[in-house]
Design a protein around this ligand. Structure first.
Ligand SMILES: Cc1ncc(C[n+]2csc(CCOP(=O)(O)OP(=O)(O)O)c2C)c(N)n1
Ligand SMILES: [Mg+2]
Length: 337
């Protein structure tokens, strides 16, 4: 999907693009959830429902496919926005041979290195030093790339995060730690897992510029992220951002007990902040779009997702003989390394 030029932001065409992208992610993720329940998806799967404004706002703030991005296992929307073939994404999630890892990675290991998206990682906090490494690589090569390193509020407690922050501050690495504070980790909530729930403060001891921003209003969020990305590119130093959003569904597709750590009333209140509904209000108020047009777009995207699913479902499972392929490398280590 095309990257917006700054002067085009908030033009009717741009607002429509934001809307289409958020709605496409929502319908794609909902389809994944249905497929999981039909037994079409194995292993673990985590969707982005409720958090769409975060992915879309970041996408329009960076130089897509040039800047680097790395995340944990909530990794479907980033490649979809970057233009990775959605059938490849869905096929990977479904464990089929047309997936980018030939179906062996699954939902948590989606990636597209050619487009600057380095995955898709299942170990909480494990990808953070890799994000530091990406930022180090671009700095070492004198490129002006920015690395977006997404992590959850739960992951923000991992020791390796602090090690990476230290090195990033010490070496002035152009990395933006984007904490997706969706208020929950796995089966638990922020105030049960964080000694200080104001996570944005964690950058301060390292001298890293930090702030907390709203991640539910795509327009204000995009502006904030654009300012932060531009600052990081210009100054070649790290940034620590706490993005406030909310996970509408369970932690993963198998989490059916979310009432154990949040009440129905709380969920209902949070859903009133739905980023898609919020943008719909703006579209109506500014006369950019009618309800009928929104319904037509929804129908179009729902059909598109259905076709993606059908194509992915037609892809065969990998042959059992391939089980060890691409697991170990045949490459000789380079001499001198
Ligand atoms: C090292 C490690 N410990 C525990 C887990 C199990 N686990 C998977 S997700 C998760 C919670 C992470 O929550 P958060 O970082 O807030 O991300 P979110 O799921 O909200 O996006 C846990 C504990 C894991 N995958 N890796
Ligand atoms: Mg979380």
């Amino acid at each position: 999907m095309a990257k917006a030029k700054l002067e085009e932001i908030e033009s009717p065409a741009m607002l429509e693009e934001f809307y289409r992208q958020m709605l496409f992610i929502r319908r794609f993720e909902e389809k994944c959830n249905v497929a999981y329940r039909l037994g079409k998806i194995g292993g673990y799967m985590h969707t982005y429902v409720g958090m769409e404004a975060t992915a879309v706002g970041i996408h329009h703030a960076i130089k897509p496919t040039y800047d680097y991005m790395i995340t944990a296992y909530r990794d479907h929307p980033q490649p979809l926005l970057l233009g990775t073939d959605p059938v490849k994404v869905m096929a990977e999630i479904m464990g089929r041979s047309d997936g980018m890892s030939r179906g062996k990675g699954g939902s948590m290991h989606v990636y597209d290195i050619e487009r600057g998206f380095f995955g898709g990682w299942g170990i909480v906090g494990g990808h953070i030093p890799l994000g530091g490494g990406l930022a180090f690589a671009s700095k070492y090569r004198n490129e002006d790339r920015v690395t977006i390193c997404l992590l959850g509020d739960g992951a923000a407690n991992q020791g390796v995060v602090f090690e990476t922050m230290n090195m990033a501050a010490l070496w002035d690495l152009p990395i933006i730690f984007c904490i997706e504070n969706n208020e929950f980790a796995m089966g638990t909530r922020l105030e049960y897992h964080a000694a200080d729930t104001e996570l944005y403060k964690r950058g301060e001891p390292f001298g890293i510029k930090s702030e907390r921003i709203d991640g539910m209003d795509v327009l204000s969020f995009h502006k904030d992220m654009q300012r932060i990305v531009d600052w990081t590119r210009e100054n070649q130093k790290p940034y620590w951002v706490e993005i406030m959003n909310y996970r509408f569904l369970g932690h993963g597709a198998a989490d059916n007990d979310r009432q154990l750590y949040r009440t129905k009333e709380e969920e209902d209140a949070a859903m009133k902040r739905d980023p898609i509904a919020r943008l719909e209000e703006i579209l109506l108020k500014r006369n950019v779009m009618t309800r009928e047009k929104m319904e037509a777009i929804d129908e179009e995207l729902t059909d598109q997702v259905e076709a993606i699913y059908e194509q992915a479902d037609a892809s065969p499972f990998p042959d059992a003989s391939e089980v060890y392929d691409n697991v170990y490398t045949d490459m000789e280590p380079e001499k001198g390394h």
